[in-house]
Design a protein around this ligand. Sequence first.
Ligand code: SF4
Length: 369
Amino acid sequence: MTRPSTKEQYDATGWAPAAEFDGGDMDCGSGLLLSITSAMRRIGEGEILLLHTREPSVLADLPAWARLAGHELLDVLDNGGGRGPWQLSIRRGSPLPPAPRSTFTEGAAVPLGSRLWLYSNFHCNLACGYCCAESSPKAAARLMPVEVAAAATREFVAQGGRELLVTGGEPFMHPQLGALLAETASQVPVTLLTNAMVFDRGARRETLGALDRESVTLQVSLDSAEPGLHDRQRGAGSHAKAMAGIRLARELGFRVRVAATLRPEDAANAAALHVALDAIGIDRDDRVIRPVAEEGFAGEGVHISLDTVEPEPTLTVDGAWWHPVAVTNSHLKVADTPLPVAQVLDVMRDVLAVQAAGSSQGRAVFRCT
Ligand code: SF4
């Protein structure tokens, strides 16, 4: 069907717009969007609004608005040989559905400087397909020296730090994990992230047994109630070993938290996981359901950037990073060394200050009362 150019032609061809709006010289930032939003609400779903405009910037800005609003920009007709005026045909889409209550755990941002992440190492007994740290049995260990961890914790606590989170890789593969935790957990409460698969015997079992139950909490990765999803994501047999690890840690008197990592299409598994965790007595506050981040090995997932996630200062042996899921992302590297922590935090504060200034200048408060 040939695209009509007048209302009469629209009527004749069945493209009849349900309404027209003359936007004149208005651009999208000066009232046009309010006007056409109002106009779209007065037509039915699937009907067409014909927008007339002489403002060239509308051609660039309106497609994004239409996409976000759930409408379809059918086409653009130029009535002036490239100089306008233009006619834009916009088909009203379905009303945007209310956002579903998220399966994923929500949380408030914590003050910068109150929480610190520390990568003990990067090698791991597993090689999960979504691993943000690109860990595997073949990954370079990149061991965090005990003395650097101790110094970082000292500095962090002296500046008001309240919580340390130690992760990897699989931390129990760090040959000096016991010493590292003795130096850090004596200063501040520590949450230790583990897949709970390698501490059931030998020296690692001794390390586990010697940890202070008061100051060390274990957070175990468990993606599903049954082995299917967990084993598909983490490797055959890993679910049974993780469950055994959870049992052992609890028998030894540890507080155990559980963290699941799920892709959106697997989010429905969370319900069964909650039932299973209820059954074994894991407190509701000790569960985290988190989405896959688009980092490391993961080709898809939540996009991580300075603008989209709150900072969570993270130290590795070779630098400092904006967030623990972004330690393979050179764009989110804050410093080339983990120490001094004060410098890491200052850089992050400067970034936040610039972001705050930028957003406050984008829209002014105009007081009338
Ligand atoms: S996601 Fe965790 S358990 Fe899996 S490879 Fe990465 S560090 Fe290891």
